[in-house]
Ligand binder design. Sequence first.
Ligand SMILES: [Zn+2]
Length: 102
Amino acid sequence: MDKRSKKVIKETVRDRIEHLLKEARSSFRTHPERSVRYLKLLWKLVQKYKVRITKEQKLSFCKKCFTLWVPGRTVEIFFDQRNSVIEYKCKKCKFKRRLKYK
Ligand SMILES: [Zn+2]
């Protein structure tokens, strides 16, 4: 496969990812299980095509249980100012994600 068609595929996949995230967000309230399905699909695409997703997209859901992360509802966010770290803790599966911030 040449470089150009690879690029086209990645762009298509990225669009698809954005779309899936949007769907997951809009279905979360009424059909949380549906949003999990969208996010699983999204993650499969990321791994299959090795596309980079934005930091914001990465922090939109739990990579372990695929729950959409809504601050205060499904995720707790802690600021560790001394170490300049933000910690995300999934309320559903307790999965933790630590991030450095500046
Ligand atoms: Zn989780």
